[in-house]
Design a binder for this molecule. Structure first.
Ligand SMILES: NC(=O)c1ccc[n+]([C@@H]2O[C@H](COP(=O)([O-])OP(=O)(O)OC[C@H]3O[C@@H](n4cnc5c(N)ncnc54)[C@H](O)[C@@H]3O)[C@@H](O)[C@H]2O)c1
Length: 335
């Protein structure tokens, strides 16, 4: 029986990862038990699943859980970038202290589990004395410009060191911005990348706060989950490095995103996106990578990533239909 822990298991990616792991184990008739920990209750399907145990509460309370002998751990729990900028101590507590507690628990357990950590392209940035490469690649020097990015980078290095010492077998993945995120805008400065697709499809107006030429690396939830699972499955010998790797990206401008939306859903849907520049958001986005390359993920590990942004839009529409949410999420397609 493989014992897997997902921190942040009730979140956007954590819940999708949990469902994908359960489906994969069922398809292979492989015995699996999942422990999902999150500060908020789990989605109903996961809470009710016989192979899932939910442990609800902050990371800070889970020291004994972390030491209880998991085979594999996906560490996804994290305060988001906007929260960390607004509340410096929350970021330190949640993203740095929480990770330290987890790593110490795994070390205490003594069974050397595999760990996949969700880092972020927020580790890259333009330091005042050093321009950001374009694209950013696995070997670009990280220079985070936010507390969130700084904590992610610190955790990457801690995980590499715990791995060097043989306490665990850690792998850090720098996730691209994951789109299209369903539900409501989440207050993150990157929220509009999903909003300009999601809201028009739902029949609502969306505000575009940046110029059409802004470029950004994105990935779908499905390819992100597949990459995280692939990274966990990769034998150590296949990984040339203990340092973090970029996950595959679709490098796309906002204009290309809207062109894809129009191609898939028509000009009326695209017309629901209104340009209203927001200097605050535009300034934040100007410090983000415009493009990313993913040499290790694609060439060494063979991760496919997404075919195109158009494929990402189509995937979102298919997901909404499959989850019975088409009536609201795709209302804008009916006019
Ligand atoms: N979604 C993206 O675009 C993106 C991009 C880059 C990196 N990431 C990283 O991927 C991971 C998952 O992202 P997501 O989009 O699913 O985020 P999410 O906010 O939907 O999920 C994170 C989960 O962690 C939980 N959590 C946060 N702090 C906690 C704490 N102190 N104790 C217990 N639970 C806590 C939250 O309740 C939430 O359910 C995060 O580490 C995030 O930083 C995401």
């Amino acid at each position: 029986m493989t014992q897997i822990l997902i921190t942040g298991g009730g979140g956007f990616i954590g819940a999708r990862l949990a469902r994908a792991l359960l489906a994969d184990a069922a398809a292979r008739s492989a015995p699996l038990h999942l422990t999902l920990t999150d500060q908020y209750p789990l989605p109903h399907d996961l809470a009710a699943h016989p192979q899932v145990r939910g442990v609800i509460g902050p990371l800070a309370d889970q020291g004994d859980l972390f030491a209880s002998g998991f085979d594999q751990v996906y560490h996804l729990a994290s305060a988001v970038s906007g929260e960390c900028e607004a509340d410096f101590e929350l970021g330190l507590r949640s993203n740095l202290d929480g990770t330290r507690l987890l790593l110490e628990g795994l070390r205490r357990a003594g069974n050397g589990p595999r760990l996949v950590f969700s880092s972020s392209i927020a580790v890259y940035g333009p330091d005042p004395g050093l321009a950001m490469p374009d694209p950013v690649g696995d070997n670009s020097l990280p220079a985070p410009q936010t507390s969130y990015g700084t904590h992610k980078l610190m955790c990457e290095y801690l995980i590499a060191d715990y791995t060097r010492k043989g306490y665990l077998d850690g792998r850090s993945a720098r996730l691209m911005t994951v789109a299209v995120r369903p539900g409501k805008p989440n207050g993150a400065a990157s929220s509009f990348f999903s909003g300009i697709i999601r809201e028009p499809l739902a029949g609502q107006e969306a505000i575009l706060p940046v110029d059409l030429d802004v470029a950004h690396p994105v990935a779908s939830p499905t390819s992100t989950v597949a990459s995280l699972m692939g990274l966990m499955a990769a034998p150590r010998e296949a990984l040339p490095r203990r340092l973090a790797i970029n996950l595959p990206a679709v490098n796309v401008t906002v204009r290309q995103m809207l062109d894809a939306l129009e191609k898939v859903a028509g000009p009326k849907v695209r017309a629901r996106v209104r340009m209203q520049r927001d200097e605050r958001i535009a300034a934040i986005v100007a410090n983000w990578p415009r493009m990313a390359s993913s040499e290790t993920a694609r060439q060494v590990l063979g991760f496919a990533g997404d075919a195109s942004f158009e494929a990402i839009v189509r995937q979102y529409i298919d997901d909404m239909r499959a989850s019975g949410m088409a009536d609201t999420a795709l209302r804008g397609l009916q006019d």
